[in-house]
Design a protein around this ligand. Structure first.
Ligand code: ADP
Length: 477
């Protein structure tokens, strides 16, 4: 099974969110199962820098009339073949994968076009793909180019990591993208008067996927579907929700190089020392009795952290401490900074991106709070579970699929709240505080249960492989 995964992010070279982690871990897991999974991205400077020995395997003299384009083939640090599309006019400068908006359609049109051509016609070594797996809107045109060209072609899967980002552009760019006029139609790439890359992928791909069973259901309804619910409900028979996994090479508390004192479920006392070290690192009082709540997140409206702010005082009033690592919305950044200033030693706010500190937070926090308004899968709650940090989450998307409330004596591993309401979140925080205070033995039992659960990639990679086999076997149907 030859699979080409196409996206705009790849850990550890270029990461904006969880998609980067998935792009690194899923192909690796598929390769462990015997598939020939490869990855393709634009040759952003960060990607180019990771491929010193790469060689050209595909070229186009004037891709989308933006000049010569070349695809280089190299390898990730994990040994996954990595194709990087070079086109100096489009990818030569920094600006991150989602910057450079006026030309974003050209960047990702070029990526889709080159990925489709390479997957179908082969690279310089004659490698073709059985499956083109498009991830999020930047890859959305690849299935469209393949379907519109007709003839024998790889089968296609369009996976939605976040339906909020759709890649909508004025219809006038259709010609620049080498799409035929008939592609701009309700039965095509048109969406609300724009040309939508995600809609194109969802219309033209053979199968559709997203990253948790609950999100697969939610996106078929107006509250979460962002206007695409009708199309998704109509194609529900071809829509699969497969949970992301944790890359256990990187996320294992027993071997994690970011931790001073690695631990496992049988050495949880060491975890207590990790909490003390974290309190010290963050300038919090070294207090083993205070339950330490925290957040590791992009600071965006969708993450629901504004629901948490009005609860901070009450949380501290219950003897807790709070720590945040995140960046994004300046208003939220300032609000958490102000909270830290108002409560020195009890609240810490680290504004920025820090991979190592993120690991130490999952290893040292007692409770990770994830109050997302919507969460396609969510990785942080799974990292938390693996590190014996109990998640307190809103019951949505992948959070609902991975966290069970402690009220369930047999399966509980955290706390859930439903309505998007600070009051409801406050009740859940109070329940967690009370549990921590009143029953340390039961807390330890929850931690052990959380750590014992298998959130690795193997199960999910097997599900992807089954889906790919059925696609190739039935010709796409
Ligand atoms: P999303 O993709 O919406 O951002 P996920 O939970 O799926 O949410 O993935 C977020 C990823 O980014 C996780 O790997 C998390 O540890 C990481 N992360 C988020 N913010 C930070 C930060 N400030 N520093 C370090 N890692 C972060």
């Amino acid at each position: 099974m030859r699979i080409l995964a196409v996206a705009a992010e790849l850990f550890p070279y270029l990461k904006v969110g969880g998609l980067a982690d998935v792009m690194a871990a899923l192909p690796k897991a598929l390769r462990r199962l015997g598939a020939d999974a490869r990855v393709m991205l634009p040759a952003f400077p960060e990607i180019r820098a990771a491929l010193p020995g790469a060689r050209p395997v595909w070229s186009h003299p004037d891709l989308l009339r933006r000049g010569p384009a070349t695809v280089l083939l190299g390898e990730t640090g994990d040994g996954v073949p990595l194709y990087a599309l070079e086109c100096p006019e489009l990818f030569g400068e920094d600006g991150g994968p989602y910057g450079d908006w006026p030309r974003a359609h050209l960047r990702y049109g070029a990526l889709g076009w080159a990925a489709a051509a390479l997957a179908r016609d082969g690279d310089g070594d004659g490698w073709t793909a059985d499956i083109l797996h498009a991830h999020d809107w930047p890859a959305g045109l690849a299935p469209a180019y393949l379907a519109l060209a007709g003839g024998p072609r790889p089968r296609t899967l369009m996976t939605i990591h976040n339906i909020a980002y759709q890649g909508a552009f004025p219809p006038a760019v259709l010609g620049e993208l080498w799409l035929p006029p008939e592609a701009y139609a309700v039965d095509g790439a048109e969406f609300n008067g724009s040309l939508s890359f995600l809609k194109a992928g969802l219309h033209y791909a053979d199968r559709l996927g997203t990253v948790s069973p609950t999100y697969a259901e939610e996106i078929q309804h107006p509250a979460v579907g962002r206007g695409l619910e009708g199309l998704l409900a109509w194609r529900r028979g071809q829509l699969a929700g497969i949970l992301n996994g944790v890359d256990t090479d990187l996320w294992d508390p027993a071997t994690d190089p970011h931790l001073i004192l690695p631990f496992d479920a049988s050495t949880l006392s060491r975890r207590g020392l990790g909490k003390a070290a974290l309190q010290m690192e963050l300038g919090l009082q070294e207090d083993p009795i205070a339950p330490l709540f925290g957040v590791v997140s992009r600071l965006e409206e969708i993450k629901g952290l504004d629901l948490l702010l009005p609860n901070l005082e009450a949380l501290l009033g219950q003897g807790a401490q709070f720590a945040l690592l995140g960046s994004g919305d300046p208003v939220l950044e300032e609000a958490f900074r102000a909270a830290a200033k108002a409560h020195p030693g009890r609240v810490a706010a680290r504004i920025g991106y820090d991979e190592g500190l993120a690991h130490r937070m999952f290893a040292g926090l007692d409770v990770l709070v994830v109050p997302s308004r919507s969460e396609p899968c969510g990785l942080t709650q799974m990292y938390a579970l693996r590190y014996g940090c109990l998640p307190l989450v809103r019951e949505t998307g992948g959070l609902a699929d991975t966290v069970v409330d402690a009220a369930d004596p047999l399966r509980g591993n955290g706390w859930l709240f439903g309505p998007e309401d600070p009051w409801e979140l406050g009740l859940a925080l109070a329940r967690a505080c009370q549990f921590y205070r009143e029953d340390p033995a039961a807390w330890t039992a929850l931690q052990r249960r959380a750590m014992a659960a298998d959130h690795g990639w193997d199960n999910s990679a097997r599900r992807y492989l089954d889906l790919f086999r059925s696609l190739v076997g039935d010709g796409g149907g």
